[in-house]
Design a protein around this ligand. Structure first.
Ligand code: DX5
Ligand code: ZN
Length: 214
């Protein structure tokens, strides 16, 4: 057993059967569920919000890995925390000088705090927050849609960070992750793989999750 965490993105799941879909990924070895929240402003797409997180919380004990792709994330931390999220991740491109305050706010609810950067965002802009963070989410597609192709530049920037300085930081990647691209990320020290299409659109979900964990 290794310590790779698979966090399937329910954006690619069958929304009419979410409970069954989540049960399947749990049986097949996923330990987190990735929930993509989009507001139609930060990204050109609208997905799901607090009521869905609440409902999922009632049917699973998997960790809820909530990825906020929204403007003004500070306004929505409380409702997402109270709805049963375990990890709340927001975007540096949306938080800028409010980043530190939002990290503290998430932690004040006893939740794990994650910060995400888009593929082209300079990693040096967020270096100072790393000691406070539980999770760094490196986007390997432009956020907004599932089913896009992996952008290697998004994860390559991790080479500029000495991960041994942050023993409690988990690095997660999101976008275009499959067996091959997952391998590239794991070799760079990534511990959490988000995958939407590769897991939920697979003919063999069990094998897909096993391939990511190997
Ligand atoms: C993209 C989302 C991703 C996406 C992943 O904005 O944050 O989580 O749903 O989907 P795949 O794995 O299909 O690229
Ligand atoms: Zn995501």
């Amino acid at each position: 057993m290794n310590d790779i965490i698979v966090s399937p993105s329910i954006l690619s799941a069958d929304f009419a059967n979410l409970e069954a879909e989540i049960k399947k990924i749990k049986d097949f070895g996923a330990s987190w569920v990735h929930v993509d929240v989009m507001d139609g402003h930060f990204v050109p797409n609208i997905t799901i919000g607090v009521p869905v997180v609440k409902s999922i919380r009632m049917v699973t004990d998997l960790k809820l890995d909530v990825h906020l792709m929204i403007e003004n994330p500070e306004k929505y931390i409380e409702p997402f925390a109270l709805s049963g999220s375990d990890i709340i991740t927001f975007h540096y491109e949306a938080s800028k000088e409010k980043t530190e305050e939002i990290i503290r706010l998430i932690k004040s609810f006893g939740k794990k705090a994650g910060l995400s950067v888009k593929p082209k965002t300079d990693i040096n802009l967020i270096r100072k927050y790393l000691p406070e963070l539980d999770l760094l989410l490196l986007m390997t597609v432009e956020p907004g849609f599932s089913g896009q192709s992996f952008i290697k530049e998004g994860v390559d920037k991790i080479k500029d960070i000495d991960l041994s300085l942050y023993p409690n930081l988990l690095v997660e990647v999101d976008g275009g992750i499959n067996r091959e691209t997952g391998k590239i990320c794991k070799a760079l020290g990534v511990k959490v793989l988000v995958a939407g299409n590769y897991v939920f659109k697979s003919d063999n979900m069990k094998e897909a999750i096993a391939n990511l964990r190997e």
